[in-house]
Write a protein that binds this ligand. Structure first.
Ligand code: PRP
Length: 191
């Protein structure tokens, strides 16, 4: 069940990361990143739409509070066909607006599942000659990993279950939940 009495609470089997845990973790990650990048003029945050929007918005503000200067850019990508295939081929729906050559890039991801999206994205960003590329991911499903990707900053390792909320969707719904919860299997049976 949920915490705040939202419309969605009946659809959530269990909250696995609460609002408070998210807030504390976002601040903790921001402190680490701000310390690691204290020598650079500004950090280029690259948000991967759409799932990472909530994390991006909170993380960017937490970095600001830590005195870290940032710029924001956004990419939208989509996997070709079956996302479970090993090809990991990704199509760019929206590319970066600005050149990242020579910039210190931090990719902001909501979740690493198979790792295929991120593996492709890291190669892509490196080919655009960024000075450095690191990843901050709020969630990771260690048991679902198909390709190892170097992720320097991870919020929570979670079980391989269908999670929604704080940006993560099921059929475009539940992104607005303030917490991360496991979706009731009855919901996808109805879909
Ligand atoms: C999710 C998430 C990651 C990707 C991770 O995006 O935001 O980008 O899947 O999965 P992977 O590790 O197996 O590649 P999704 O394609 O669901 O799009 P959305 O963010 O727009 O919901």
């Amino acid at each position: 069940m949920g915490e705040a009495g939202g419309w969605y609470d009946a659809d959530i089997q269990r909250v696995i990361v609460s609002e408070e845990q998210i807030r504390e973790k976002v601040d903790e990650l921001a402190r680490k990143v701000a310390a690691d990048y204290s020598h650079v003029d500004s950090v280029m945050l690259v948000c991967v739409l759409k799932g990472a929007i909530m994390f991006m918005a909170d993380f960017a503000r937490a970095l600001g509070r830590e005195g870290c200067r940032i710029e924001m850019d956004f990419m939208a990508v989509s996997s070709y066909g079956q996302r479970a295939t090993s090809s990991g081929v990704v199509r760019i729906l929206k590319d970066l607006d600005r050149d990242i050559a020579g910039r210190h890039v931090v990719v902001v991801e909501d979740i690493i599942d198979s790792g295929l999206t991120l593996s492709w994205l890291l190669k892509y960003l490196e080919s655009r000659t960024a000075a450095s590329v690191e990843v901050v991911a709020l969630l990771r499903k260690p048991d679902a990993i198909k390709v190892q990707v170097p992720v320097k900053y991870v919020g929570f390792d979670i079980p391989t279950e269908f999670v929604v909320g704080y940006g993560l969707d099921f059929a475009e719904r539940y992104r607005e939940l303030p917490y991360i919860g496991i979706l009731n299997p009855g919901v996808y049976a109805r879909a």
